[in-house]
Ligand binder design. Structure first.
Ligand code: FMN
Length: 222
């Protein structure tokens, strides 16, 4: 996809918003699929996840792999006892920012976070390579470890225990899903005259990504 086509993506998005007949999920999916099929965008699933650390009062952020947008939002999988996992369970509001660097595209979402179902956790766990499952099983993410040798020994012990590759899903491991109530599509252009449009959920009930009803949109200065 050439640069003009990414501009076209923004133009079509804005036209869809102006027409009033769109579903935010369709727009998110179109942007996601554009990134997925692009030959210049690298690692489009890697996104910055920002959380709030209620104890210190400081925001926190790190990269996670997010799953394609769905009606329920953006899922990501992790150790729920990690720093992010604890922060999210205490303060279940978060933001995800996708940077599709070479295409000069940014997609931002903010919203409420809930736990994924245990069935989804298990399905995702089982789809991961055995080494990843062993790593997830043998190390409690974000906790201190005395040495890399100790970390490796824990991995080796798990490997010896589950030689058949039947590594069980740890209780602490699973997913979260962020349901956007605010979405921003951003496309960079020359001379800093970037193109930005923000969608905001206005309803009092849970945001519905499947219909334009209840969403407003605003063109923003760069
Ligand atoms: C490209 C990339 C993808 C990552 N994907 C994940 C992920 O899907 N889940 C995860 O828990 N950590 C992932 N990480 C590691 C996190 O950035 C982070 O180090 C880890 O989750 C611990 O964060 P926390 O201490 O804030 O909980 C990824 C890192 C990178 C650079």
């Amino acid at each position: 996809m050439g640069s003009a086509q990414y501009d076209q993506l923004f133009t079509e998005t804005f036209e869809a918003l102006a027409s009033g007949s769109y579903a935010p999920l369709d727009l998110l999916t179109k942007w996601w699929q554009t990134a997925e099929s692009s030959d210049i965008i690298v690692d489009h699933r890697a996104a910055a996840l920002a959380t709030f650390d209620a104890e210190s009062g400081y925001p926190d952020s790190r990269i996670v792999y997010v799953r394609p947008p769905r009606e329920s939002g953006f899922e990501f999988y992790t150790d729920r006892s990690s720093v992010k996992g604890v922060q999210l369970q205490k303060h279940p509001q978060a933001a995800i920012t996708m940077l599709w660097h070479n295409a000069w595209i940014q997609v931002r979402v903010r919203g409420d976070v809930t736990l994924t179902s245990r069935d989804s956790d298990l399905a995702y766990w089982q789809a991961r390579p055995v080494e990843n499952r062993l790593a997830g099983y043998s190390s409690q993410q974000s906790q201190a470890v005395a040495s890399e040798a100790e970390r490796d020994a824990n991995f080796a012990a798990a490997k010896a225990l589950y030689q058949e590759g039947d590594v069980p899903l740890p209780e602490r491991w699973g997913g979260f899903v962020l349901l956007p109530r605010e979405i921003e599509f951003w496309r960079g252009t020359d001379h800093r005259m970037h193109r930005r449009v923000r969608l905001q959920w206005q309803g009092s009930e849970q945001p519905n990504l499947n219909t334009a009803d209840g969403w407003s949109h605003t063109l923003l200065n760069p």
